[in-house]
Each structure stands twice: as C-alpha cells, then as structure tokens.
Design a protein. Structure first.
Lengths: 399, 356
C-alpha cells in the first residue's frame, strides 16, 4: 500500500531570511547570508566568516511568542519559528487533524545554553532550568508542544545528513500508512562547541566557502531551521490547499570508510543517489538539477563530483551548492536545501553556486554560477552527506 | 509486522556479555550509579583502532559484534542505533576545555561526540554500506530504532537489521543531572531499589544490540511483535487505557500476557504510574522489573528487551526480578515491556515466544 507523499508547507529561518518570502527574495537576488558573527561569542569570531541568523535570542523569543522566563535554547527557538511557519503555510491550523507526526533533526541540541552555563551546572544551582534543554529531544518536544502534535514524535541525528533523514523517515511512515501527515526537518544553532570542533578539524575556510572551486579551503558554518509538511496525496486534498512538490525518491547509504572523510571516489554518495533514483522509478536523465552537498572541503567536493559523474555519465544535470548562500547549516542543511530545491520547481529557477571562480580540475562538469530564470525544472535531487559516512539523497518532482 | 530476535549482545552492570548464560546471579552494588562491567575490548576491537575510541564507542561496537556472532550474521542489511546522549565523556572533554579557556586542538572528542558515531563505526568495521541511521530522542531513542527496523521489514527493503541502544553515565554528568532532580542524592543498594521511598532514580548505563531478522532461525530467541511510543502532550494520559488499547490493537486480551516487565525506578515521584498498571489491569499477571539490575538511562529498554527475549527462550524467570508472587502460566508465550520517562514519554514493546 505505497502512498505518494507530497509537500504542502514550508518554513525556513536562516542567515538569508527570517521566513520563506525573505528566503526566496535572497535567492532571486543572489544575496548571501555569510558575514561576521554578531551574536555568538566565539573565540574564532574574527578569524572566520559565518552565516548567522541575524536575530538575538531575545528577538527570537519575541518571534516565537514565548516569554523570556522559560528555559529555551536558541536551537529550540529557531526550530519553533520555522516549524510553525511550515504548519501555517500548509494551512494545518485551519483543517481537521489527521494522524500527524513530528520528526526533527539536530546534533548540537541545546548546546548553545549548555556551553554558556556548564561551569554553573558543575558548581551551583543558578542555571538548573537549562540542564534539561541540553539534549537533542528538547527542541523536538518544544515544537510538538507548540503545534500540539502527539501521534508520533522522534529525533534523528546523523550529523550533516540529519534533516534529510528526517524527511526520509517521514516519507516512509506516510508511504507505509503509519501517519497521514508529518512535519519533518531540522534545527541547528551555531555554538562555540562545534565552531571549535570544526576548527580543530582544520576545515573552516577563512573566506566565504567556495564549493567546487579549485582554491576552496573548507566550509563556512551556518545556522537556522527548516521544516516541511509532508502529506499523503489523499490527505493533501483536504481544504483545497496548494501542493508544492512530490517527494518521489530517497536513498540512504553508509560510506563505511572513515569517521570524517569520504572515499576518494565517492562510493557512499553514489549509492545514496542511485538508491534515490531507483525508488523514484525515474531514469537518471530525468533529473534536471542537483542541489549538491558541496561543502567546500577538498575531500567532499571531489568525492561528490566523481559520484555525480559516475551516476549520470554524459548526461549530467545542472549542479550547484547553495552553501555559499546559507553556510553549512549542519543538521538543518538537509531540510533547508530540500526547500531551496523545491523553489526551483515552484519558481522555475536554478540557484547559482556563488563564489565559484575556477572549477576544480577533478571534475568534467561546471556548476551553475549565475541565477537561471524561466527554466523548466521538473525533477530535482538534493544531497546531504554527514560525518560517519551517513549519506542521503532526496528527489523532488513537480506536481 | 513481526521481527525475530536472532542474536543479542549486552554490556551492562550485570554479567551479561556471554549470550550462553542468562543471569546466573545478580551483581549487587551500593553506589551513586551503576557502571557497566566491561569485557576485554581487545578481544573484539583492533587495539590500534581502539586506542582512540572512548568507552561508549567501544561498548557499542563490542556488544554489536557479540550480537552478530550470536546470530551468525556477517553483514546486516541495516544498522540503526538509539542513544539519548551519545558519548558524554567526549562532550565533557570539550566543555571542560572550553570553561578553562583552552582552544580545542584534538578533533577526536568532537568527532566522537556526534551521536551517529557508533552506528557509523560499526559500519566501518563491517564495511557495511547499507541503510544507517541514529535516533536521539530521550527514552524513545531505542524504540524509534526498533520501529525503523520493523518498517524496513514491512517495506521489504531489508531482511536483517542490527539495532542497538547505547548510553553512558559519568561522574560529572551525574552531578549535573542530579541538580535537575533526576537521581537519588545518596548511594543506594541496587537490589533493594524499590524499598527506597525517595525521589529520583538510580542512574545506570549499558549497550544492547540485537540482530533482528524477518525470518525465524535456529538462533531465534523470540519475536518482537509490536513497538509503540507515546508522547503525553497534554500531560493527562490514562495509562491503563493506553496499555489495554495496545494489547487489543494486537488482537489480544490481558489474560494472554504471561508477564509484564515494568520500568520501576524506586522513584517516589513517578513509580505510581507503574502501580496503576500493577494494581489495575495487570493485577493477575506476573510482574517483573529490571532497573535494579542496570539502572535508569534513556535506552534502558534495551536491557529489558534482552531480559524478555531470554525469558521467552529459556522459559525461565531469573530469581530477584519478580514484583508479585503470581504463579503465572506454565508456558510463557507473551511478555509486555512498559517504560516511561517522567510520565511524559511512554513506550510499549510486545514479545512473543518463537514457534517450535
């Protein structure tokens, strides 16, 4: 009883916009969100650029309509705002409830509070209300409470593919008849914890990231949250609402090679894309555009580029990485980039791979470097690969 | 959809690493928290690789290998893990460095602090390119992993799945989470845990892996028939209705449940939820408990699943885990596990004896 799964609502909050309309405007004007840190007090604030959400925690509290007294993490606030936007965008606040789930993704969870108050946690009782917001489930339950969702909730963490796996699980649960609707996506706030971690790995670029460029030198960290409303095609008929795309294919594969590196030939990336194409029932030549994982690291871009060439042969779709817009939103990247991929279908565009000057010599194709408008885009693929070789590809189709 | 438990591997505060033995005696502690008894990791993990791994990673890989060997499986078709907190030790290393103003130079603790490290390290060890995912939702973490595996079988996308639940406790994390009211304030005797009329649970840890298959094999312990998680959004759940509803959804009535395993913590604030079932719908059912053996942690139902699978396989209830003295039926055919976290996150697992 495989059911079709469609997207009826989108919510996104990132360095390129507080909501979907602002995000669309940034994409249509090729405006990047990368700049200097204003809100996170990181040791490395002057050393690297970041794609920070341009709102303080107080402003986020206000946007989320929450009172300052409660123990909220930045992670939870970002998630609540974006998830509610998706929920309202789909009109779910106006139609009768069906079986609805929430599948959220994060890796740092409430670390943004924990790293500030860790000394207090160890020595005194002044910050006890923040102890239980540290884990990954906290932001998920905050969103569930806000949207009153309780038919199924869970949290996924597969590093930088987390939100793509949340969309994958939501799709499977609807296809298998377990749920009718799922709000799926991810949230991730910038923290000193992971800025320090990525710095120790020596993969932060000192200038805004340059995926697929021969001079690329690492990633630019971003933050934000992005959620989509997935529904069975039947459930989506209720209330005469708009359908933005079908989630037609998904593939999950494990590189099984190294904790933080891809195989030189991108086997895991190839397998994830190949599985997604197979589930969609499409021929690879039907894919018009790939929103690449394209982090800007030496290793990822070669592995992903070669994997794309292996799967698509001489018929390589248009390719770009949108990380020079949003930065690498880590656990939220999968759902944020799924949304940017869907905009290609709804707005007939291909977003550019900003900051690309000289395409790296290891690949035969050249990513798109200028915004393309008024183009027929029917099927798009979005890649998300994570530490541990947790690789996931998703395919979206125009309805 | 039914899954068969075809192999198990458990590292816990009890002597559980030998799958041929089933709790011959119970380990007794008077402690702040229960620590897992480690096997010799060198027998399971290449010592060069093991040197950089923190304790939880080693516990996870080792218990996974024990489960695979037990089932005679070389290559699972999916690897799915659940962990509430991941490697606490690695996270603490980074946080402690940050409060003393040090720059993080060694990336290993950061890499290992990501929650999917264990499932990906197992994949690297096995060179397994199949489906791989990690769930990190408090006391739903392990249950979500099981539900994913059951759905893989339903879809026909895998015939076997290696599923695990892994969590650890450290001195610092105990001290911090005690402030939030999670744990008992003084050391307690684990085997007498239910006699303490004080707030808080006894913290514990463990790594439990299961090789699930969609076919019964010679090594099958039992069948996992259904898994349910329930988030009590409105904080007004009637647990008796939920559990009886779950049983009737499985076309059973309560008299067909031969034992119920309850997540008692000896916690005066939350144990009454279990009492409602024990003195209500399950008053005529043999009632068992397990957290005095392994302590409480987000993936403790991994221990409970191991316990239930072994009871069904051996048709034996070990000494020291009964709550009531109901004689029960001659054959133990079905076991229900019920656990809850702070009366908000509830989970149910139903097991059935293998067909002879």
């Amino acid at each position: 009883m495989t059911r079709r799964v469609v997207i009826t609502g989108i919510g996104i909050l990132s360095s390129i916009g507080r909501n979907l309309p602002e995000t669309i405007n940034s994409v249509l004007t090729s405006r990047s969100g990368i700049g200097r840190l204003k809100h996170l007090n990181s040791f490395h604030r002057d050393e690297f650029p970041f794609a920070e959400v341009q709102l303080s925690n107080e402003q986020l509290l206000d946007l989320a309509h929450q009172t300052p007294s409660s123990g909220y993490s930045r992670n939870a606030l970002l998630g609540m705002i974006a998830a509610r936007e998706a929920f309202v965008h789909a009109g779910l606040d106006k139609i009768p409830r069906l079986r609805t789930g929430l599948i959220s993704a994060t890796t740092v969870g409430g670390m943004d509070r924990c790293e500030l108050f860790y000394g207090d946690f160890l020595s005194n009782n002044t910050r006890n209300e923040y102890i239980d917001v540290y884990d990954c489930a906290d932001s998920t339950e905050m969103i569930a409470d806000l949207l009153q969702i309780d038919d199924y909730i869970t949290t996924i963490s597969t590093a930088c593919s987390s939100a793509a796996n949340a969309l994958l699980l939501g799709t499977r649960m609807i296809r298998n008849g377990k749920l009718d609707r799922v709000i799926a996506g991810g949230t991730e706030a910038l923290t000193s914890f992971h800025v320090n971690g990525f710095n120790a790995l020596k993969i932060l670029d000192k200038v805004p990231c340059r995926p697929f460029d021969t001079n690329r030198n690492g990633i630019t960290l971003g933050e934000g949250a992005a959620y989509l409303v997935l529904e069975s095609a039947e459930a989506a008929q209720a209330g005469g609402r708009e359908i933005f795309a079908e989630l037609a294919g998904f593939g999950n594969a494990c590189e099984a090679y190294h904790q933080t590196a891809s195989t030189p030939d991108g086997l895991g990336a190839f397998l994830a894309m190949e599985r997604a194409v197979k589930i969609s029932g499409l021929d690879p030549s039907a894919i018009d555009y790939i929103n690449a994982h394209g982090t800007g690291t030496d290793n990822n871009d070669v592995a992903e580029g070669l994997a794309i060439e292996r799967l698509f042969g001489d018929n390589i779709p248009k390719v770009s990485s949108t990380k020079p817009f949003t930065g690498h939103m880590t656990s939220a990247a999968g759902s944020a980039e799924a949304i940017l991929s869907i905009l290609c279908l709804t707005h007939r565009i291909i977003p550019p791979n900003l900051n690309l000057k000289t395409t790296m010599p290891e690949i035969r194709f050249t990513p798109v470097t200028e915004l393309i408008k008024n183009i027929d885009v029917n099927t798009v693929m979005s890649n998300s690969f994570g530490f541990g070789g947790n690789n996931t590809s998703l395919i979206f189709k125009r309805i | 959809m039914t899954a068969y438990i075809n192999g198990t591997g458990l590292i816990s505060p009890q002597n559980t690493t030998n799958p041929d033995q089933f709790l011959p005696e119970l380990a007794e502690y008077t402690a702040d928290f229960l620590q897992a008894i480690h096997p010799n990791f060198k027998e399971y993990i290449n010592p060069i690789a093991a040197r950089r791994m923190s304790r939880l990673i080693k516990m996870g890989i080792t218990s996974a290998k024990i489960a695979l060997t037990d089932a005679g499986c070389d290559m699972p078709e999916a690897i799915i893990t659940g962990t509430g907190l991941g490697s606490v030790e690695d996270t603490e290393k980074i946080l402690s460095g940050m409060i003393s103003g040090e720059q993080l130079m060694n990336p290993t603790p950061f890499i290992q602090s990501t929650y999917n490290t264990i499932s990906s390290q197992i994949a690297i060890t096995l060179k397994c390119h199949n489906y791989n995912s990690t769930y990190v939702h408090r006391s739903f973490s392990f249950e979500s992993a099981l539900q994913d595996a059951l759905m893989q079988f339903l879809e026909g996308s895998a015939d076997t799945a290696l599923v695990g639940g892994i969590d650890e406790m450290t001195e610092n994390h105990l001290q911090i989470t005690r402030r939030a009211g999670h744990w008992k304030m003084v050391p307690v005797n684990n085997l007498r845990l239910r006699t303490y009329i004080t707030p808080g649970a006894l913290a514990g840890e463990g790594a439990a892996f299961f090789l699930l298959g969609n076919h019964q094999t010679a090594s099958t312990y039992a069948a996992l028939t259904d898994v349910k998680t329930l988030y009590d959004l409105k904080r007004n759940l009637c647990i008796e209705e939920v559990v009886t509803g779950f049983i009737s959804d499985n076309n059973l009535d309560i008299s067909q449940i031969d034992a119920i395993i309850l997540g008692y913590n000896g916690d005066v604030n939350y144990d009454s939820v279990y009492d409602k079932l024990g003195s209500g719908p399950f008053r005529e059912t043999p009632q068992l408990w397990y957290k005095h053996l392994c302590g409480d942690y987000y993936t403790s139902t991994g221990f409970a699943l191991w316990l239930a699978a072994n009871i069904l396989k051996h048709q034996l209830i070990p000494a020291g885990i009964k709550i009531n003295n109901h004689p029960g039926s001659n054959e133990i055919r079905r076991i229900l596990i019920y656990n809850q976290y702070r009366n908000i996150n509830h989970s149910l697992l139903l097991l059935t004896r293998k067909q002879s």
